[in-house]
Ligand binder design. Structure first.
Ligand SMILES: [Zn+2]
Length: 240
């Protein structure tokens, strides 16, 4: 019985996850807008607008529900948590998990060193980082390999960055980020006169920032898996 359960979990873990990136992007946009409004409300309620606006996010309560979205009859609440992050990182991480039956919490970990207004008025870099974090976490949300019945099973603390990046669920989630980035890069190449082709596809892969950051830690077969998923996505969209 255990072997059967383990086997079916392995099969589910290997299944391709294809999230609708435009839908995820729209959810991200909604959540970002709701978050910006919630942040502005905080500033207003806290009083002393000028001073508070300059304060870092670290001055605010640790975790606050700021926004919600509804997916597949399940409610997702976005929560902001804060942590230190290197310069240039607005969104330093994320997470998703069940809070109650049919209620999910999506955490966005914001850089506590930045002024709160950086999030109330997110610039394109911040917006891209937040959107990709949401795409990453929604891929986990959609992953049957992470669910046993109605339970959501997260894979414990990572032993190393290699071990973490090569987990099947992380390969899928980083893969969706890579595909999302490639879909922005590909038309840019075309605007510069580079016709859609296998070479252009390959160029888009190596130019995708998430690929640059993760592929060097990824086993060959996991790299191949992302390339295969990306190729399917591109042919499915009629881009190749
Ligand atoms: Zn992940």
């Amino acid at each position: 019985m255990r072997a059967v359960a383990a086997e079916s979990r392995r099969v589910r873990a290997n299944r391709r996850i294809q999230i609708e990136l435009e839908v995820a992007e729209q959810i991200a946009l909604d959540l970002i807008q709701q978050t910006a409004l919630a942040l502005r409300d905080w500033i207003r309620e806290a009083g002393g607008e000028e001073r508070e606006a300059m304060a870092s996010l670290g001055a605010y309560p640790k975790m606050i529900h700021v926004a919600s979205a509804r997916i597949e009859d399940e409610e997702i609440y976005a929560q902001i948590v804060q942590d230190d992050g290197p310069e240039g990182h607005f969104c330093v991480g994320g997470g998703i998990g069940r809070i109650e039956p049919n209620v999910w919490g999506l955490q966005l970990v914001y850089n506590s060193g930045y002024p709160i207004l950086a999030y109330a008025l997110p610039d394109p870099v911040a917006r891209k980082q937040i959107t990709e974090t949401i795409i990453h976490e929604l891929t986990h949300f959609a992953d049957p390999g992470l669910r046993v019945g109605s339970r959501f099973v997260a894979g414990g603390p990572p032993r190393s960055s290699e071990e973490y990046i090569n987990r099947p669920e992380e390969v899928k989630a980083f893969g969706q980020e890579v595909i999302y980035e490639m879909l922005t890069i590909f038309p840019e190449l075309e605007r510069r006169g580079i016709a859609p082709s296998a070479a252009a596809f390959r160029a888009a892969v190596v130019l995708a920032p998430t690929w640059q950051q993760t592929a060097c830690h990824m086993q060959e077969r996991n790299q191949q898996r992302i390339l295969r998923d990306a190729y399917q996505e591109f042919t499915g969209r009629g881009l190749l």
